[in-house]
Design a protein around this ligand. Structure first.
Ligand code: NAD
Length: 498
C-alpha cells in the first residue's frame, strides 16, 4: 500500500458490488433478512400459480420474448459481466451466448419433455390408461456462484421457469448487479407477477432461502457450502440439485492430436482465469508423447497475458479470498516435489495471476486433490492409459473430464467416474443444450440442462384411469372369490420361466 492509498473498509449495512480491476463500487444492494426472504417466497408462490396456469405455450411465448429482449441488450449484459467479474469481454461473450442458446432450448422443449404422456399399463392392468406428466414444484430457490454469473445460474433458473416454477434467485455476493439485470430483464416482458425474484446478500441470505419454505432448492457453488445447503434442506426434505466444484482431468493418449490437446489444455486451464467449475486442473499424458505435448503447452501458454487491458487474455481473480488458495496450491506442488515449467509463485500478482504450468506433482499433494480455481494446471506423465484413468478417478470430485485420442476416446470415457466427458475437445458438453450438466461425488447430484434439467425442476405425477372392468380385478374386498389365486396363476405362468 502506498502512503497516499486510503484503505476503506467495505460497508456491512449494504452489499457493495465491486469492479475487481479497480475496486470501484458498481452498485449497492440490500442485504435481505430472513423475514424479507420469507415474504418474497410467499409472493413468489402466488406468481407460481399464475405462471403454471399459463400452460406450456403461454410460458414459451413469454420466455421467447424475454430471450429476444435480452439479445437486443446483450452487449450491455456482456459489459456488465466483464465489469463485475473482471473477466475478459471474450469470456463474458462466450458465457452470454451459450446462455441464450439454453433459454431458447428450454422454452422450445418444455412441453415435449414434461407434458402428459401415455405409458404402457402392462398385462395385469390392461383395462387402465396410465399417464405421467411433470408438474412444477412451485417455488424454486436458486443460489448461484460468481464465476459464470449468467450461464451457471441460468442452468437453474431458466430450466425451472420453463418447467412452470417461480424462482427466487440469490446471486453470489460478488455478482448481484448481473443478477439484478437478469431479473429486471424478465420483469420487462413478464410484468404481471414476480415469477422471477431477486434476493441479495451474503451466505446468511442464501441460508435464509434454504429454510424459507421453497419447494425445491438448486445450488451452484463450492462443495463445502453445498453440504450446508443440503443439511438445511434435509430438515424439511426439500429436494436439492447440487452443482459443486470439480478437479477435472484431461487424458492424452499416445495417438492424440497433440496440437489440439495442447491448445485445449491451455484454454481449459486458463480461460476465465481458471475460475471454471469444469475447467482443466490436471492432465495425465502417456509418457511416449509427454515431451512433445509439454513443448506445445509451454509455447501456447507463453502467448497468454493477465492484466486489465482489453488485449489481455485474462483478467483479475474475481474473488480475493481465492488468491491465497491458488498460492497455497502452487507452494504445495513445489514443496511436494513438483516443478514449475511456466510461472510459479511469482505469477501470483494479486489481483492477477499469470498462467502456471506444473509438472511431476505427486498425486497426494493438495494441489492435485483440491480444487484450485485459478490459471494453474498440473501435467503428470503416466506409463499407460490404465494409470491415467485410475489417477483421473482418484479425487473425491466427479464433474467433467476430457480425453484426447484418435481411436480410444469412447473406451476411455466409459471408464471415467464423472458426469460429463468431452472427447478431442474441452467443455463442449456445456455448449449442447440437449445434454445434462452435473457431476457425482463432491461435485454434486441432480442435473441442469437438457431433458434431465427440465425434469429436475419438476415432480412427476402418475395418473391411472379405469377404462373397463378387468378380467381379474384383485384390488378390493368385493373381488371375485378366486381373484387373488388367479392373479398368482398368471404371475407364475408369465414370469416363472426364463
Ligand atoms: P460458494 O460456495 O462460496 O458460494 C455459492 C453461493 O452460496 C453464493 O451465492 C453464496 O452467497 C451462497 N452461500 C454461502 N454460504 C451459504 C449458506 N450457508 N447457505 C446458503 N447459501 C450460501 O461458491 P462460489 O465461490 O460463489 O463459487 C465457486 C464454486 O462454485 C467453485 O467450487 C466452483 O467449482 C463451483 N461451481 C460449480 C458449477 C457447477 O455447475 N458444478 C458451476 C460454477 C461454479
Amino acid at each position: 500500500m502506498t502512503e497516499t492509498t486510503v484503505h476503506v473498509e467495505p460497508r456491512t449495512d449494504v452489499l457493495e458490488s465491486l469492479d475487481p480491476r479497480t475496486g470501484e463500487v458498481i452498485a449497492t444492494f440490500p442485504i435481505h433478512s430472513d423475514q424479507e426472504v420469507r415474504d418474497i417466497v410467499v409472493r413468489a408462490r402466488e406468481a407460481a400459480k399464475w405462471w403454471d396456469e399459463l400452460g406450456f405455450s403461454g410460458r414459451a411465448k413469454r420466455i421467447d420474448a424475454w430471450r429476444k429482449h435480452m439479445v437486443a441488450h446483450l452487449d450491455e449484459l456482456i459489459a456488465l459481466v466483464s465489469r463485475e467479474t473482471g473477466k475478459s469481454l471474450d469470456d463474458a461473450t462466450l458465457e452470454c451466448a451459450l446462455f441464450i442458446d439454453h433459454v431458447h432450448w428450454a422454452a422450445a422443449n418444455a412441453k415435449k419433455v414434461l407434458g402428459k404422456k401415455k405409458r404402457p399399463s402392462g398385462l395385469l392392468m390392461s383395462n387402465f390408461r396410465a399417464t405421467v406428466e411433470y408438474r412444477p414444484w412451485g417455488v424454486v430457490g436458486a443460489i448461484g456462484p460468481w464465476n459464470y454469473p449468467v450461464y451457471t445460474p441460468g442452468g437453474m433458473f431458466v430450466y425451472a421457469i420453463a418447467a412452470g416454477n417461480a424462482v427466487v434467485f440469490k446471486p453470489s455476493e460478488y455478482t448481484p448487479a448481473v443478477g439484478r439485470w437478469l431479473v429486471d430483464s424478465f420483469h420487462e416482458v413478464v410484468p404481471e407477477q414476480p415469477v422471477f425474484s431477486l434476493i441479495t446478500g451474503f451466505g446468511a441470505t442464501g441460508a435464509a432461502l434454504a429454510t424459507s419454505g421453497v419447494d425445491k432448492l438448486a445450488f451452484t457453488g463450492s462443495a463445502a457450502t453445498g453440504k450446508l445447503v443440503a443439511k438445511a434442506a434435509a430438515e424439511t426434505l426439500t429436494p436439492v440439485t447440487m452443482e459443486c466444484g470439480g478437479k477435472d482431468a484431461v487424458i492424452v493418449a499416445a495417438d492424440a492430436d497433440l496440437d489440439a490437446a495442447a491448445e485445449q489444455i491451455v484454454f481449459g486451464a486458463i480461460a476465465n482465469s481458471g475460475q471454471t467449475c469444469a475447467g482443466i486442473e490436471r492432465a495425465y499424458v502417456v509418457d511416449s508423447v509427454a515431451d512433445r505435448l509439454l513443448e506445445l503447452v509451454v509455447e501456447k501458454t507463453k502467448k497468454i497475458t493477465a492484466g486489465p487491458g482489453a488485449n489481455d487474455t485474462i483478467g483479475p481473480m474475481c474473488m480475493p479470498k481465492q488468491i491465497p488458495i491458488v498460492r497455497r496450491h502452487i507452494e504445495a506442488a513445489l514443496a511436494d516435489g513438483g516443478k514449475a515449467l511456466v510461472g510459479g509463485l511469482d505469477s501470483v500478482k494479486d489481483p492477477y495471476i499469470e498462467p502456471v504450468i506444473l509438472v511431476d506433482v505427486p498425486e497426494t499433494s493438495a494441489a492435485v486433490q483440491e480444487e484450485t480455481f485459478g490459471p494453474v494446471v498440473i501435467i503428470n506423465r503416466v506409463a499407460d492409459l490404465d494409470e491415467a484413468i485410475r489417477k483421473s478417478n482418484d479425487t473425491g470430485y466427479g464433474l467433467g473430464a476430457a480425453v484426447f485420442s484418435k481411436s480410444l476416446g469412447e473406451k476411455i470415457a466409459d471408464r471415467l467416474n464423472v458426469g460429463m466427458v468431452s472427447i478431442n475437445s474441452f467443455l463442449t458438453f456445456a455448449a449442447i443444450p440437449t445434454l445434462p450438466f452435473g457431476g457425482r461425488g463432491l461435485s454434486g447430484y441432480g442435473r441442469m440442462h437438457g431433458e434431465e434439467g427440465l425434469r429436475d425442476f419438476s415432480a412427476p405425477r402418475a395418473v391411472t384411469k379405469k377404462l373397463f372392468p378387468g378380467v381379474i380385478d384383485p384390488l378390493g374386498y368385493g373381488r371375485k372369490e378366486n381373484a387373488v389365486k388367479n392373479l398368482l396363476t398368471v404371475i407364475k405362468a408369465r414370469y416363472g420361466k426364463f
